[in-house]
Design a protein around this ligand. Structure first.
Ligand code: ZN
Ligand code: ZN
Length: 371
C-alpha cells in the first residue's frame, strides 16, 4: 500500500473542483488507504482535502486497528476521537485548517450511511454535498495487473465450488440445504466471506435474485446457481452456472439454452478497448431478441466487480462509457420463463490491451448432474 491512490484521488477531485472527499468504511476506504473497517454508527472517515495531506478520523477504540493494518504504514495522520467528542466537528475542523477556508463542495461516498453524510453536512453547513463516485469510480474501475490477479484468484476459487456442485445439488434436497453446503464450500475453497448463494430450482429459477427456499429439488429441474464471495484481499467472485438435475433438458429448453449460450459468447467476444459498455449489452441482447426470447431477458448484461461485487462500470443500455484495459465486469445474460424455470450464464471478464480475458472457466453448457 502506498499513498499513490490517495494522491490520485486528490488530483481527480481537484480537476472536478471538489474541495473535500469524505469516505467511510467500505470498498472506497479499503481501496484508497487499505483500511478494511466495518461500518457502524461511530464515524470512521477518510478525508481527502484538495490541498494538504489526507487524514483519517477514527473512534479512539479502533485507532490500534488502523496502526496495525496497511493504513498504518502510510504515515497518514490519524485523528482519534473520544466517545463524547463530536466526530464530525473533528473532521470539519481538520479539513478547514488544511484548506484554509470552509469547503464549498464536499463529496461523500455513494454508500456512506445517511447519518454520516448528514453529520458532515451539519458540521460544514455552507458546503454543497455530492457523490464521490465520479472521483473514486474513475480510479477503481480500471484494475491494476495485481488487482486482476486477485480477481482471477477469486474466480478460480468459485470455479472450484461449481466443479463440486454434484456433491450437494441432488434430487430430494431443499435449496436451503444445498445452499448451506455451497456456502461452506465457498469458504473452504479460498474465500473469507460468502456474499450470496442463489439456488433457484424449477420455477424459482425464473426469479433472477431468488436466493434460497425450502423448495425440494425435483428430478428434471433446471437449477440456477449464482454464487460469490470475498477473498482475504477483499476482491470478489461472482459466477453463475445452470444445472439440470436427475434428468435431461427437453427440446424447448435445449433450444433456448443454446440461444443464451450464444448470447453470452457474443457479448464476451465483443469486449475490447474503446467499445462502449452498452455495446456489450447489445451484443448479448440482440442474439436473444433475434431468436424471439428478448422479452424474457429482464436485466442488464453485467456489472463491474472488484472490492464490491457490484460496482462501475455497468453493462447496460445508455452507458456509453468506452471500455479500457483493466476494466473487470460480469457478462451474465439470462432467460427467465415465469412459473416454469430460468437460466443464466455468468463469467467475470477483464478488458485487455487487445481483447478479453475470461476469469471463470467452468463449462457453460447446461451441466447435467446425476441427481
Ligand atoms: Zn452473479
Ligand atoms: Zn453478477
Amino acid at each position: 500500500m502506498t499513498l499513490d491512490r490517495l494522491h490520485a484521488a486528490r488530483a481527480v477531485a481537484g480537476e472536478l473542483g471538489i474541495d473535500l472527499l469524505v469516505l467511510t468504511p467500505g470498498a472506497d476506504l479499503r481501496y484508497l488507504c487499505g483500511y478494511a473497517a466495518h461500518a457502524m454508527e461511530r464515524l470512521t472517515a477518510l478525508a481527502v482535502p484538495r490541498r494538504g495531506e489526507p487524514f483519517l478520523v477514527v473512534p479512539r477504540l479502533e485507532a490500534p486497528m488502523v496502526d496495525a493494518g496497511p493504513a498504518g504504514t502510510l504515515g497518514l495522520e490519524v485523528l482519534a476521537w473520544d466517545e463524547t467528542d463530536d466526530a464530525f466537528a473533528v473532521l470539519a475542523g481538520a479539513s478547514v485548517s488544511r484548506l484554509g477556508a470552509a469547503p464549498a463542495r464536499v463529496a461523500v461516498g455513494s454508500r456512506t450511511w445517511a447519518e454520516h453524510a448528514l453529520g458532515v453536512q451539519r458540521a460544514l453547513p455552507g458546503a454543497a454535498l455530492e457523490l464521490a463516485s465520479p472521483v473514486v469510480d474513475r480510479l477503481r474501475m480500471v484494475k491494476t495487473p495485481a488487482e486482476v490477479e486477485e480477481l482471477a484468484r477469486a474466480g478460480a476459487a468459485i470455479d472450484r465450488v461449481h466443479a463440486r456442485m454434484g456433491e450437494w445439488l441432488t434430487v430430494g434436497r431443499t435449496e436451503a440445504e444445498v445452499g448451506a453446503d455451497v456456502a461452506a464450500a465457498i469458504l473452504a475453497e479460498g474465500h473469507v466471506a460468502v456474499d450470496f448463494t442463489i439456488v433457484g430450482s424449477g420455477p424459482n429459477g425464473a426469479s433472477p435474485h431468488h436466493e434460497l427456499s425450502d423448495r425440494v429439488v425435483e428430478a428434471g429441474d433446471l437449477v440456477v446457481v449464482d454464487i460469490g464471495g470475498e477473498t482475504s484481499t477483499g476482491y470478489r467472485s461472482d459466477c453463475t452456472r445452470t444445472y439440470v438435475v436427475g434428468g435431461r433438458p427437453d427440446a424447448e429448453v435445449a433450444e433456448w439454452y443454446a440461444v443464451l449460450h450464444a448470447a453470452q459468447q457474443a457479448a464476451t467476444a465483443a469486449v475490447r478497448p474503446g467499445v462502449p459498455a452498452e455495446e456489450i449489452d447489445a451484443a448479448a441482447r440482440s442474439v436473444i431478441t433475434g431468436a424471439g426470447w428478448g422479452g424474457y431477458f429482464i436485466h442488464r448484461t453485467g456489472h463491474g466487480i472488484g472490492l464490491d461485487s457490484h460496482e462501475a462500470p455497468y453493462i447496460v443500455a445508455g452507458n456509453g462509457l468506452p471500455l479500457e484495459p483493466g476494466m473487470a465486469f460480469s457478462v451474465e445474460p439470462g432467460i427467465y420463463l415465469p412459473g416454469r424455470h430460468g437460466a443464466r450464464i455468468e463469467d467475470i471478464v477483464v478488458c485487455t490491451d487487445d481483447g478479453v480475458r475470461v476469469l471463470n472457466n467452468g463449462p457453460r453448457e447446461l451441466v447435467e448432474l446425476p441427481g
